[in-house]
Ligand binder design. Sequence first.
Ligand SMILES: [Fe+2]
Length: 435
Amino acid sequence: METNEFDLALALLSLLDPVSPSDFVEKYFDREPFFLEGRPDKFDFLFQDKDFWSLVDNLSADQLGPKQLRATKNRLSFRSIRPDEVRPMVDQGGTICVTDIHRVHAGLWKFAEAIKHQLSYTGIVGFNCYCSGKESGLDVHFDQRAATTLQISGEKTWKYSNQPGVSYPRQNVIILKNKKPHYFTTGDSGVEEWERAKTPSDAEFREVTLKPGDLLFFPAGTWHAALSSEHSLALNLYFEHTECSTFVERVVREKFLPDEEWRKEFPMQLAQHHSPAKISSEVLQHMESRLKEGATFLKMLSTTPDSLNHIWNQMISDNIRSFIDPKQIHGPKPIITKELEPENRLIVAYRGRHRYSCRKNRWGQFLVSLYFGPKVINFPEEYYSFLARLSKVKSFRAGDCTMWGGDKMEYDWDDMKNILAILIKNYFLQFEKLS
Ligand SMILES: [Fe+2]
């Protein structure tokens, strides 16, 4: 069954039932591990064994991103494989990982995007998929992001600690056979004191065996290990948090983008052979000037909804790894062969979530912005009612939009025609029947 609009509106609820999404957010998310027993067919609407095998059988290697399909036999090192190697690897007891499976499965992409919008999550949300043969799994480690395991078929036993090894870590860490932690990004030499992980003792672990329909959530940095004694297929809905410095960077960039001094490269400085690298006074002066301007801006920044709405909405809307074949999400390339007439019927072609919001631009003008994926389209403020109505329909007669201004306003058809044409050109709308 294809994931439909009704499921998307209730995405979180369908995962967490009977726990309410607000309970999950307030008590568990980013706070502590959470295990939820479910009925065996709970996730059938989302993904089943047959969906995994159909995907593997129909994918060619060139449809996958680099390192997107990997396998391990020793539970430690993964290697990239071709889709035709998946079945033999599983038969030999290996574990297959399809990283970002939502980039090649439209239902999972839409679902991950819906969850992100429902939670107003500014970080990255996506799905990985793990298929294990008999007696396979992963040794004790933690990941830099929060993970939600959805057991699709078979069983897998998890050991996990209640306390994170590091809160909001910046890298994955695994405990080696010699009981020492291995830091994947920095290695031991580059690790900083705040992120040094304490090797967990066996007493710190709880254990649970997931059966089809069960869900297990770990905050980022939670120690865990997995072992399947029989076949197991599971999805991992992951949450990769945004560091606040990324948000500040976006605020500062938004402000200073019109300023040439902020757009240009740093002053050149010719390196001296065999001499220690030392910053020149010219580079230093450039840095100081920008830092002082930035500091003054941040000190004076008004933290009103008008000033921060735009960046918040953009972070929620654009921060998802894109679908590999954009036609699946955006529909076919728009073909505008005729002048838009009032009697033409249009449909909403964009298959992901969108949001709209009023905001003030840098010149103090009020705008209404439509956010979908990485795109933002701005309209004059009086089109707020039009966007409110547009977000509730799937197909409509173009001419009817002139009446979408509410009680007091009727839009001019020529203006509306331009607005609709912009939305068609940006793959948001399309003609119901292309002719
Ligand atoms: Fe993990």
